[in-house]
Write a new protein. Structure first.
Length: 357
């Protein structure tokens, strides 16, 4: 099969159109880089009309136009549609003497085109996407230098398009890399089982909050929660059920506490809660809501085997005089005080222990 015959097949045409679509050039606004190439082609070839055009499925569309006022024509009257079937320059010295174009509306009617010369816009894969062409109202020829220049300019059109394509690929790659980086940052800060922040990420948020408080932001509350007798759950129901309890507990906390509150899995069955702009009294009320919910909410994933848990809670304030390590040590001590007092209760720094529920 000759190259011309191959380009006439429907399979080849579909591949060519797919290549053209990949450049995302059709129906884009005018651009100076393309307009200047068309202008130079017109000057060098001494032609009143110069076009950078792309042959679409049912039309030829002009990216750059010199000497015409239209942006596209139907494919059935396109001379360039014939040019992309050929190799090299496609030149028609006199359109009225060529049976393929002698009855073309653009030849016998306005604008009465008599001369055509088109250089292929062929991509790196070898597909002709359109042409850089010059046209005249009089029959004529191109000199060897003009022929060379026309093809060289066509090559520059494709080089510019390849750069544009490469830029889009690079831009997309950068976006994908940024999304991957953000995902990795999120994963690095997230406890994989519960979806809450992990210990490291929580400590960073706590440091940031303390820094803001020291610069005048409202005080906050730090809450530490431990599920009571969690080892017994693993021993009786198995570790998968224990994991379900942790996930259900995390979901319950998210539903109870405010969106502004920062929840983290501290380790094992221990959880931390940072409550910005919150007094210890307000934190106590939120903790009591959590304990109330635990009494009526199963922490089991399977509805037919309910698992109910209790929790011990310690609460301390964060103010301008707070130090990170000291506050963490304090809230941990308050939590274990709640455990020593029989669990299922709340101990707040500076306040008498809340009675066992």
């Amino acid at each position: 099969m000759s190259k011309i015959d191959e380009r006439c097949t429907s399979a080849y045409e579909e591949s060519r159109l797919a290549e053209l679509a990949g450049y995302e050039i059709l129906d884009t606004p005018k651009e100076a880089a393309f307009d200047e190439i068309a202008e130079v082609a017109s000057i060098i070839c001494e032609a009143p009309i110069a076009l950078i055009n792309f042959v679409d499925r049912d039309r030829q569309w002009f990216k750059a136009i010199k000497g015409l006022s239209i942006r596209e024509t139907p494919l059935d009257i396109s001379i360039c549609a014939h040019a992309i079937l050929q190799s090299g320059l496609f030149i028609i010295p006199d359109t009225t003497l060529d049976e393929r174009f002698s009855s073309n509306p653009l030849v016998i009617g306005d604008p009465h085109l008599r001369f055509y010369a088109g250089a292929l816009l062929e991509n790196e894969a070898g597909y002709p996407l359109g042409t850089l062409c010059v046209l005249d109202y009089q029959p004529r020829e191109l000199t060897d230098k003009q022929r060379f220049a026309l093809q060289a300019l066509a090559n520059q059109v494709m080089a510019h398009m390849e750069l544009m394509l490469s830029y889009r690929y690079q831009k997309q790659l950068i976006l994908e890399l940024e999304a991957t980086r953000e995902e990795m940052v999120q994963l690095a800060a997230t406890d994989m089982l519960t979806g809450l922040l992990n210990r490291r990420a929580f400590e960073q948020r706590l440091q940031e909050t303390l820094a803001l408080i020291k610069r005048g932001a409202p005080s906050a509350a730090l809450v530490m929660v431990d599920l009571d007798h969690f080892k017994r759950i693993n021993d009786v129901f198995g570790h998968p059920a224990g994991d379900d309890v942790l996930k259900c507990f995390a979901d319950l906390c998210v539903s109870i506490f405010r969106e502004a509150d920062v929840m983290a899995r501290w380790g094992g069955e221990e959880f931390m809660l940072l409550m910005p702009n919150t007094s210890v009294k307000e934190a106590q009320q939120a903790a009591e809501r959590l304990l109330d919910s635990l009494t009526s909410t199963s922490m089991a994933a399977e509805a037919d085997t309910p698992i109910y848990v209790t929790a011990s809670i310690g609460i301390c304030p964060l103010n301008a005089n707070s130090q990170l390590e000291e506050r963490l040590h304090t809230v941990d001590g308050l939590l274990y005080q709640a455990k020593r007092q029989g669990r299922n209760g709340i101990v707040i720094e500076g306040i008498s222990p809340i009675e066992k529920r």
